[in-house]
Design a protein around this ligand. Structure first.
Ligand code: G3P
Ligand code: CA
Length: 257
C-alpha cells in the first residue's frame, strides 16, 4: 500500500465471492468460481443441494428454471439429468456449456489453494453428506459451513465441531428478528461457532450485533453487498467483510480508514 502516507491505516476487507462472481459470470458455475479465485477472493460462496439420486450439487434455487435451460426441482431430477443442462447460456452465450457443478468438483478445484470455501447448506438434511465429502477431500481446514437454519447449524456442529459456522439472517426465513437474534446467541453460547454472517438490513441492530460478536472474538460478514465501496464505517464497527456479487470492486482497491 505504498501510495498511502505512513500514518494511514489501510485495510482490505475479507471478501467472499457470492455464488462466484455473478456480475461477470453465471452464478454457481466453475467459470464463476475460477474467476472469483483469479480476482483474489478470500472466500468463495456456494449453495449445496441434493439430487433425486442422492448426489450433492451446487445451485441456489430449489429449481433449475432460472439459471439453466431446464425445468424442475433439483430434488426431483437425477444427477445425469441436471448435468445435461446448460448453466451458462442464459447468462451469456460465451458461457454456453457450463454445467451445474457437483459439490465434489467445486471442492477439488480449490483443494490446497489459498482460498476458503463458504458452503451454504441450502437444504435440510444435507449436513452429514456435505461434511463427509469435505472430509473425503481432506479439506476440513478450508471450509466454513453456513445456514439460515438453527437446526442445520447445530447438527453440523455436532458432526464436526472443528468446522467454523456462519448463521445467516434473512427476512425471507419466517421468524421474528428477536427469534433470530436469540438463535444466534444460542449458537454463540453453544461454543464453537466462530463466524456469524449477518444481513445488514436490520439497521441499528447490525452494529449492535457486530459488536456483540466481536466482543466474543467472532467475525461478522455482510450479504449481499451490491453497492459501491467505501464501507469504511462498517469496517470500523467491526465488520470483517462483505459477501458480494462484485468481488472485482473489493479485491482491487484497499479501503482507507
Ligand atoms: O452467503 C449469504 C447468502 O448467500 C445468503 O443468501 O439467498 O444468496 O443464498 P442467498
Ligand atoms: Ca448462499
Amino acid at each position: 500500500f505504498g501510495q498511502y502516507p505512513e500514518q494511514t491505516i489501510v485495510q482490505r476487507p475479507m471478501v467472499a465471492a457470492h455464488r462466484g462472481v455473478p456480475s461477470l459470470a453465471p452464478e454457481n458455475t466453475m467459470a464463476g468460481y475460477r474467476l472469483a479465485y483469479e480476482l483474489g477472493a478470500d472466500q468463495i460462496e456456494t449453495d449445496v443441494q441434493r439430487t433425486k439420486d442422492g448426489h450433492l450439487v451446487v445451485i441456489h434455487d430449489e429449481t433449475v428454471d432460472r439459471t439453466t435451460n431446464g425445468t424442475g426441482a433439483v430434488k426431483d431430477l437425477t444427477l445425469a439429468e441436471i448435468r445435461a443442462l446448460d448453466a451458462g447460456i442464459k447468462f451469456d452465450e460465451k458461457f454456453a456449456g457450463e454445467k451445474v457443478p457437483t459439490f465434489k468438483e467445486y471442492l477439488q478445484e480449490f483443494k490446497g489453494k489459498n482460498v476458503m470455501l463458504l458452503v451454504e447448506l441450502k437444504a435440510h438434511d444435507v449436513e452429514e453428506q456435505t461434511i463427509q465429502e469435505i472430509k473425503e477431500e481432506g479439506m476440513m481446514d478450508q471450509v466454513v459451513l453456513q445456514s439460515f437454519y438453527l437446526d442445520s447449524m447445530q447438527r453440523s456442529n455436532e458432526l464436526a465441531p472443528e468446522l467454523p459456522g456462519g448463521y445467516l439472517f434473512s427476512s425471507a426465513v419466517p421468524s421474528t428478528l428477536q427469534e433470530k437474534l436469540k438463535n444466534a446467541k444460542k449458537l454463540v453460547d453453544y461454543g464453537t461457532i466462530n463466524d456469524v454472517t449477518l444481513n445488514s438490513s436490520y439497521g441499528s441492530l447490525y452494529k449492535e450485533f457486530i459488536q456483540y460478536m466481536r466482543q466474543r472474538g467472532m467475525l461478522s460478514m455482510h450479504w449481499t453487498f451490491r453497492a459501491e465501496p467505501p464501507f469504511a464505517d462498517k469496517l470500523k464497527d467491526g465488520l470483517i467483510g462483505p459477501i458480494t456479487d462484485y468481488t472485482q470492486w473489493l479485491t482491487e482497491s484497499p479501503v482507507q480508514l
